[in-house]
Design a protein around this ligand. Sequence first.
Ligand code: LLP
Length: 417
Amino acid sequence: MNGFKYIGGELYSEDVKVAEIAKEVGTPFYLYSSGALFNNYHEFEGAFSELNPLVCYAYKANSNLALCKVLAGAGCGADVVSEGELRKALQVGVPPEKIVFNGNGKTLRELNLALEHDILMFNVDSDEEMVSLNSTAAELRKKARISLRVNPDIDPKTHSHIATGLKESKFGFEISSAIESYHIANELGNLEVAGIHIHIGSQITSLEPFMDALEKIAPLLTKLEETGIELKYLNVGGGLGITYREEPPLLLSDYRQAIASLVKATGLKIIFEPGRRLVGNAGILITQVLSLKETPHKKFVVVDVGMNDLIRPAFYDAYHEIKTVKDEAAADGIVADVVGPLCECGDFLAKDREIPRVRGGDLLAIFSAGAYGFSMSSNYNSRCRAAEVLVKGDIFQVVRERETYEDLIRGERFFEN
Ligand code: LLP
C-alpha cells in the first residue's frame, strides 16, 4: 500500500481527501499514512524472516509519537541517539530489549537513563566512551551490553553529508584498531561485549557497498573468534534508499539475497536500523501556493513551506516530487522554481521544475517527505513549525499541533535589570 493516490483527479491519503484535511487543519502540514507505515515495516521484516532479524527503526528519521506508536505496535524496535528519542521509544511501548543506543557523543545523563532501563545495547564509538560507560554501569551495579561501531571505509556513493562509513568520517573504530578495542572492552568488568555495528551511509541505492562492508569486516570477526571474543549480534545499520524521483528502489529481496549468506556465515543475530525505508514514502508535506511570480528571467512559485520545514533540497540538493493536490494534467504547464518565504536564496523546494500553472490558494503535495522532513525542521525566521496529521482508513487526526507564537517564545525571557 502506497498511502497516497489520485482518484478522479483528487489526491487521497488512504480513504481521505487531502483537500478536506487542508480545509480543516490549514497549511502547511505533514501527512502520514498509517497503512503505509505498517506495510513498510511488515514488508521489511518479512523479507528477512529467514534470518529472524531484530528491526530497530531509526527514530531520527521521524520521531512523531503517533507514527512511532504504529511501528512499535507492529513489533518494531528502536534505534535511538538521544535522551529524547529514548524517552519517546519507551513512551510508545518499545520494550527495552528492542532498543539500541547509537551516536558518537552520548552524555552521562543519557548513559544513565539507558542503563536504568536495561536497553538491549549501546553501539559505542570510542575507547573513551567505553571507559565512561563502564564506570557509569559500575555505579549503577549493572552490566552494559555493547557493540563496537566499526568503520569499514566504504564509499556508499551517496551525498557526502550522509556517507558515514568512509575513513575520514567521525564515526566508529577503524577496522585495524578495533581488535585492540574489543580486548580493552572485554577487560572492563561492567561491559558485556555483545556485537559489532556498521552503518555506512544513507539513501544507498546499490547493493555493492553493503556487501563490501560485510566482506571487509569478515576477517575481524574471524580474529575476534580466534582470540576468544564471542559476539552475538551483527548490526548492519540502515541506509536503504527509496524512490524520490524515478530511480529504481533497492529491492528488499535483492538485498536479502546479497547479504543472507554473508550474514549466515557469521552465525550472529542480525539487527537492522532502517529509517527512511520505513517512513520516507509514508509521508507527504502539504503546502499552499502564496503567489506565482514571473520575472523576465524566471518564474517562481512561492509557497507557505520553506527550508525550515523541509531542509533536504537546500542541504543535500535533494529532489522531492511536487504535484498539485487537484491533478491538473490538462492545465497548462510552466517551468519554475518552487520557493519558500524565508530570507535566503537556499530556501527552495525545487529548481526549474515543470509544474502546472498554479495560482495563490492552490494546494501542492511534496512527496517522499516522511523521513528527515519534520525531524529536521526548525523555527528559523521565527516560523512556527507545521502540523502533523496521521490517516488511518477514513479517519485523520492531528498528531502534532501546529506551533503557535506562544510555543515559539516558550522559555525565552527578558533580561531583568
Ligand atoms: N543507523 C545509524 C547509525 C544512522 O546514523 C542512521 C542515519 C540510520 C541508522 C538510519 O539510516 P536510514 O535507513 O534512514 O538511511 N538527514 C539525511 C539522512 C541522515 C542519516 C543519518 N543517519 C537525509 O535527509 O537524507
